[in-house]
Design a protein around this ligand. Structure first.
Ligand code: GDL
Length: 660
C-alpha cells in the first residue's frame, strides 16, 4: 500500500496546512526515482508531506530492529534531502507490531535506536504503525500491561519523548476504523484508552467507517474525535488497490464532504500500488484540499465537484501520456499522422514500415491516432472507485443485463456494440501512447478490461443471431483464457460470504453495524413476536445457547438466537426423531428490512453456527414463512440451508436445515 497523506494542522500548535503522501502499500515498493518524481508533483500541487511506510520494505516491518546498511542509508539520506528540496516533509514510519515484546526494555531500546538512526539521516517527523497485527499479547506483556492499548500507548509516548516531541508524530491504532471497534466507536475500550493516554502531541490515523470507506461523514469524525480527544488524520484507502490484482482506481477523490477539512488534522491517501496511475488520485485529492466555495456549483458539495476535479486531472494527465519518455519509442502520434508519403524519408533498403507505401488495392498502413481526453474519461469510468463504476461502465453493464433479458433490441444491441468498440479503440490509442512508463503500469488492467468487454460483445452478437455462436462464450466449459480464474478466486467462490457482488446490482451499503451478545434490556421480543415463529414456543422460550443482536445507528435491527437442543422448544410441532437426530439445534433469525446489506447478518449467523458446532451440535433447523421472500433469499444465499420435508406443517411454513 502506498499512502499519500495530506495533513492540516489548523487546530493546535501546528498551524500550517500539510498534505501528505504515504508510501505504505503491500507490494513492490516504488523506486527512489519514482519517489523523487512524486515529491516534484506534491510540490507542484501543494501537497506537503510524505509518509515512508512501504509494508514490504523488510526493515520497515518484518526486520524492524535491523539498522539500515551504509548503502540503504545513502538512499534514505538522498530521499530525505530530495523531499526537503521540494518542501515536502518526510515522515519515517515503522511497524514493529508483528513481533515486538512491549514490556522488554531491550525492544524499546531497539526501536529508539532505529528511529535515532533515521533522525541522523536528517528526518524530523516520525510515525509508529500498529495496523494489521495480531491483537493477542504475549504472556510477558499481559503481565506488564492492562491491555494492548496500554502497551502500545506506553511505547509510543516513550519514543515520542525520546525523539524530543517532534512536530509531526503519527500513531496508527490497531482498531483504525469503526468496523474494527468493539462494541462500537464510542464504547471501544481500546480507543478510549488510546484517546485518554496517548500524549496530545501525537496524531492518530483513522480510515473511517471501514478499512476502505465508501463515505466519511462529518458526524462519524466528530464521534471518533471525541473518543480520541483530538481530530484524527484520515488514512484514506479509497484508491488503494493492493487487495485485488484486477482492480485499479482512476476515479476522483469522492464522498468526503469538504466540511471535513476543518474537522481533521489531515488526510493521508493510500493509492494504487502502481506509481503512474495515481495521477488522478493525487490530483483530485489536491483539488479537494484546496476547496473553495463555487457559487455556480450545482453539486452536493458547493466547494468541490468530483466530476470537474476529474476532468481537470485527466486533461493534465493526457499531456503526460503524449510526452515520449523513451528514446526510440513511439512519437507523439499527431506528428506521425501529419506525415504524408511525399514527406517520407528516401527509400529504405530493409523495406521497414517507414519506407513502405501500400498500393491502391493493398492494406492501408496501420495508423495510431492520438489518445484523446474522451479515451481517458472512458478509462477512468472503467476503473473508477471501489464502491462505484463510472457512468459508461454502469451503462454498459445495465445494457448487457437488459439485452440478456429482452428480445426486441436490435438498436440497443448496436449501441452496446459501439460502446465495446470505443473500449477497443481507447486500448489501441493508449497502447501507442508515447509515454511507455505510464502505459506499462496500466497494461495488465487495460488488457483485462478489453478482453472482458470483448467476451460480452461476442455474447451479444451471438444472441442477436449475428456472428457465429461462440463456443467459449456460450458453453459451460470455456478455455482458461475465456474467464477470470486462479486458485484464489476459486476459494472465494466456495465461501458463503464471498464478495463477488456486482456493484451495479447491489449498490454498497455504508452503514456500520454492531453485533453483540443479547442482554436483558434489549427489546427484541417485539421483533420476535412480529416474526410469528412457530417452532420456538414464545410463551416459555428456553434459555438460548447463544443470542446475538445487531444494532445500526438507530437501534436494534436484528437478532439471532440459537438453541443447542431444539426438542423442548418445538412443542407446537411434532418433529420426527430422525429430523432431530440430524438437526438437533434450532436457530431463529430476524433482520429488519431497512438492513439492505446482507453481510452483518451473515456474520451474526456464522458466529452462532460455529458456537453450536463447537458445543457438539451436528445440525440446525430454522423456519421461514413462504411469503418472506427476503429471508428465504437470504438463507438460500448462505448456501448451507436446504428445505426439509416435515409432515403436518402449515402450508406457509418452510423449515430449512443446515448440517454443521
Ligand atoms: C489496510 C492496511 C493498508 C492496506 C489497506 C488496503 C491500513 C491502516 N492498513 O488495512 O496497509 O493498504 O488495508 O489493503 O489501512
Amino acid at each position: 500500500m502506498l499512502l499519500i497523506l495530506q495533513l492540516w494542522f489548523p487546530l493546535s500548535k501546528k498551524t500550517k496546512v500539510c498534505f501528505f503522501f504515504i508510501d505504505g502499500f503491500y507490494g513492490r515498493p516504488w523506486t527512489m526515482e519514482q519517489r523523487a518524481e512524486l515529491f516534484q508533483r506534491e510540490q507542484k500541487w501543494g501537497l506537503n508531506s510524505y509518509l515512508y511506510a512501504p509494508k514490504d520494505d523488510y526493515k520497515h516491518r518484518m526486520y524492524w530492529r535491523d539498522l539500515y546498511s551504509p548503502q540503504e542509508a545513502e538512499q534514505l539520506i538522498t530521499l530525505i534531502s530530495t523531499a526537503r528540496n521540494h518542501n515536502v516533509e518526510f515522515i519515517y514510519a515503522i511497524s514493529p507490531g508483528l513481533d515486538i515484546t512491549f514490556s522488554n526494555p531491550k525492544e524499546v531500546a531497539a526501536l529508539k535506536r532505529k528511529f535515532d538512526q533515521v533522525k541522523e539521516f536528517g528526518c524530523r517527523s516520525f510515525s509508529l504503525l500498529f495496523d494489521d497485527i495480531e491483537i493477542e499479547m504475549c504472556p510477558a506483556d499481559k503481565q506488564a500491561f492492562t491491555s494492548f492499548a496500554h502497551a502500545q500507548v506506553a511505547i509510543a509516548n516513550e519514543v515520542f519523548q525520546h525523539l524530543g516531541q517532534p512536530e509531526v508524530f503519527l500513531f496508527c491504532p490497531t482498531d483504525y476504523c469503526a468496523s474494527f471497534c468493539t462494541p462500537n466507536v464510542s464504547q471501544s475500550a481500546y480507543l478510549l484508552t488510546v484517546g485518554e493516554k496517548l500524549l496530545q502531541g501525537i496524531d492518530i490515523l483513522w480510515t473511517g467507517p471501514k478499512v476502505v470507506s465508501h463515505k466519511i461523514s462529518v458526524e462519524s469524525i466528530e464521534e471518533v474525535s471525541a473518543v480520541l480527544k483530538r481530530p484524527p488524520v484520515i488514512w484514506d484507502n479509497i484508491h488503494a488497490n493492493d487487495y485485488d490484482p484486477q482492480r485499479l482506481f482512476l476515479g476522483p477523490y469522492k464522498d468526503r464532504p469538504t466540511d471535513l477539512i476543518t474537522k481533521l488534522r489531515g488526510v493521508l491517501t493510500n493509492p494504487n500500488c502502481e506509481f503512474y496511475p495515481n495521477f488522478v488520485a493525487i490530483h483530485t485529492l489536491a483539488t479537494w484540499c484546496k476547496a473553495t466555495p463555487d457559487q455556480e456549483s450545482d453539486d452536493q458539495d458547493p466547494c468541490y465537484s468530483p466530476q470537474k476535479a476529474l476532468t481537470v486531472a485527466l486533461t493534465e494527465w493526457l499531456q503526460e501520456f503524449l510526452n515520449t519518455d523513451q528514446p526510440g519509442g513511439p512519437q507523439h502520434p499527431a506528428s506521425r499522422l501529419r506525415k504524408d508519403p511525399s514527406e517520407e524519408e528516401p527509400m529504405q533498403t530493409d523495406m521497414g514500415e517507414a519506407g513502405y507505401v501500400p498500393g491502391p488495392d493493398e492494406n492501408p498502413l496501420y495508423t495510431a491516432e492520438p489518445l484523446t481526453l474522451e479515451d481517458l474519461k472512458l478509462l477512468s469510468d472503467l476503473f473508477y472507485l471501489p464502491y462505484e463504476h463510472g457512468s459508461t461502465a454502469r451503462t454498459m453493464l445495465q445494457e448487457l443485463d437488459w439485452l440478456k433479458k429482452h428480445t426486441e433490441w436490435r438498436s440497443r444491441a448496436q449501441h452496446f456494440d459501439e460502446m465495446c468498440e470505443a473500449v477497443v479503440q481507447m486500448f489501441n490509442r493508449l497502447s501507442n501512447a508515447p509515454n511507455r512508463s505510464i502505459l506499462y503500469d496500466l497494461y495488465n488492467y487495460i488488457c483485462d478490461i478489453k478482453s472482458g468487454v470483448g467476451l460480452a460483445r461476442t455474447y451479444v452478437k451471438t444472441l442477436s443471431g449475428h456472428g457465429r455462436p461462440s463456443e467459449h462464450v456460450m458453453n459451460d466449459d470455456p478455455e482458461p483464457w475465456g474467464f477470470r480464474g486462479g486458485l484464489s478466486g476459486e476459494f472465494q467462490r466456495m465461501l458463503p460470504g464471498h464478495g463477488n457482488r456486482d456493484l451495479f446490482k447491489h449498490p454498497p451499503s455504508t452503514a456500520v453495524y454492531c453485533i453483540r451478545p443479547f442482554c436483558p434490556e434489549d427489546k427484541v421480543m417485539n421483533l420476535i413476536t412480529q416474526q410469528r415463529v412457530l417452532l420456538l414456543d414464545l410463551e416459555t422460550p428456553p434459555l438460548p445457547h447463544c443470542a446475538l443482536v445487531m444494532e445500526d445507528e438507530i437501534t436494534v435491527c436484528g437478532y439471532a438466537l440459537a438453541l443447542m437442543d431444539a426438542k423442548p422448544a418445538t412443542v407446537k410441532v411434532q418433529l420426527d426423531a430422525s429430523v432431530l437426530k440430524d438437526f438437533p439445534s434450532l436457530l431463529t433469525v430476524q433482520v429488519l428490512p431497512r438492513v439492505t446489506d446482507p453481510s452483518p447478518a451473515k456474520r451474526m449467523i456464522s458466529q452462532l453456527l460455529s458456537s453450536l458446532k463447537t458445543s457438539g451440535s451436528t445440525g440446525v433447523l430454522c423456519e421461514v414463512r413462504h411469503s418472506d421472500r427476503r429471508m428465504l433469499d437470504f438463507y438460500s444465499k448462505l448456501g448451507s440451508f436446504k428445505p426439509i420435508q416435515i409432515p403436518g406443517l402449515p402450508q406457509d411454513i418452510i423449515v430449512l436445515g443446515a448440517r454443521l
